[in-house]
Design a protein around this ligand. Structure first.
Ligand code: FAD
Length: 366
């Protein structure tokens, strides 16, 4: 059976960052990703990132992905088209390699960086061709250069809904309306302002009642919602569209963590169930670490920092770096993470993450 010091599940920003840290310290690292291209979500992101210079503001997502990949390739083996389907207690990681062969690799440490999956909504007609997630729209447009329809209706005003709406317009499509069930827009003001300038109507307190069309989407009946999120009778109206994109949040992909016996906790504002972990990103199963959206849906910048923490901690546990040097590096990462988790949108994330970490500390202390 093949052996590796560290197996990382997921070659997104968290997984690649973990690989760079651990690999540069001398650990033998294998990164496994189910996609044909590494980079996770980053390769669909054609927009420039926001935030501070240290967090790569002004650089496009796919350029960040290319840079990370260039750093990771010399220090890790990246296995693509390969899906991890099980992690056994002795850290045997089972995968379908190259989409065909069953393979098992025994690792000394495992880092889970599988990301999150998009939430779905069910309404009459939601199974018709043309109803899809905003991420699917983004992949079709930015990876395969296919616009799913000329006119699109977007559901959800978080950052994903706002950014993908803008990208539809950039790709030559039209967003006939962006619906939001809540009374307020969920995403950053800077993205909402761009949407408004592009002439896209944002209808807060609105949702889809049903989809119109027999073979594919031809439009939707939308309805206003009252204070109790109930449809306001008589407010129904038709919006023509060839596709409906759903951007109503993400849920951490915790299946492998669950299978490996990691304790999970429920934090609604971070996306739902997620693995309990300590300051080293180590879960409640010794030697299994987790990082990125899997440990709570945030942003690529925090995913990268968490990946770095997990990579340093795993390499430290294997003796590739001494405790003093590791502590110094981890302190620098934590400083940047605190910066990211500050301000109106960030401070609640810090609070929630501290709850998770406190549970992890208590678990490891017992
Ligand atoms: C439209 C949009 C815009 C965004 N804009 C920004 C922005 O401006 N700034 C910012 O900081 N963040 C942004 N983000 C968020 C950012 O993309 C994510 O937070 C980040 O990609 C999370 O990184 P990750 O490595 O945890 O997961 P991912 O990037 O999702 O990577 C996880 C990888 O693991 C793979 N995987 C999962 N399960 C398995 C398995 N069992 N076997 C093998 N492989 C597996 C997945 O296929 C994927 O490739 C945006 C997100 C979206 C959708």
């Amino acid at each position: 059976m093949r052996q590796a010091d560290i197996i990382i599940v997921g070659a997104g920003p968290a997984g690649l960052s973990a690989a760079v840290e651990a690999g540069r310290l001398g650990a033998q690292v294998v990164v496994v990703d189910e996609n044909a291209k590494p980079g996770g979500q980053l390769f669909k992101q054609i927009h420039k990132f926001f935030g501070s210079r240290e967090h790569l503001a002004g650089i496009r997502g796919f350029d960040i992905g290319q840079e990370l990949l260039a750093q990771a390739q010399p220090c890790a083996q990246i296995k693509l088209n390969s899906t991890v389907y099980a992690i056994y207690p002795d850290k045997q990681v089972a995968l379908i390699a190259d989409g065909v062969h069953q393979e098992t690799i025994r690792a000394k440490k495992v880092i889970l960086a599988a990301g999150a999956s998009e939430n779905v909504l069910a309404f009459p007609g939601s199974t018709l061709p043309g109803v899809m997630s905003a991420g699917a729209v983004q992949t079709m447009m930015n990876v395969y250069q296919v616009l799913p329809a000329e006119e699109i209706l977007m559901i959800g005003s978080g950052n994903v809904g706002l950014i993908v709406s803008y990208q539809i317009v950039q790709a030559g499509g039209k967003v006939n309306a962006l619906l939001e069930a809540a009374p307020r827009i969920g995403g950053y003001g800077v993205h909402a302002a761009k949407i408004s300038r592009a002439g896209i109507p944002i209808l807060t307190r609105h949702t889809v009642q049903k989809v119109l069309g027999e073979e594919h989407v031809e439009g939707a009946i939308v309805v206003q919602l009252d204070d109790n999120v109930q449809p306001v009778p008589g407010s129904e109206r038709m919006i023509a569209c060839g596709a409906i994109a759903i951007a109503v949040g993400l849920t951490p992909l915790t299946e492998l963590a669950h299978l490996a016996g990691c304790q999970l906790t429920f934090i609604s504002r971070l996306g739902g169930m997620l693995p309990v972990h300590d300051d080293n990103m180590e879960t409640t199963v010794p030697g299994i670490y987790a990082a990125g959206d899997l440990t709570g849906v945030e942003e690529a910048s925090s995913a990268m920092e968490e990946g770095r923490l997990a990579g340093i901690a795993a390499a430290e546990a294997l003796g590739y770096i001494d405790a003093g040097a590791a502590a110094k590096r981890k302190a620098q990462v934590w400083e940047r993470l605190h910066m990211l988790r500050s301000g109106d949108f960030g401070s609640y994330r810090r609070q929630m993450k501290e709850e998770v970490i406190e549970k992890g500390r208590i678990f490891h202390a017992i």
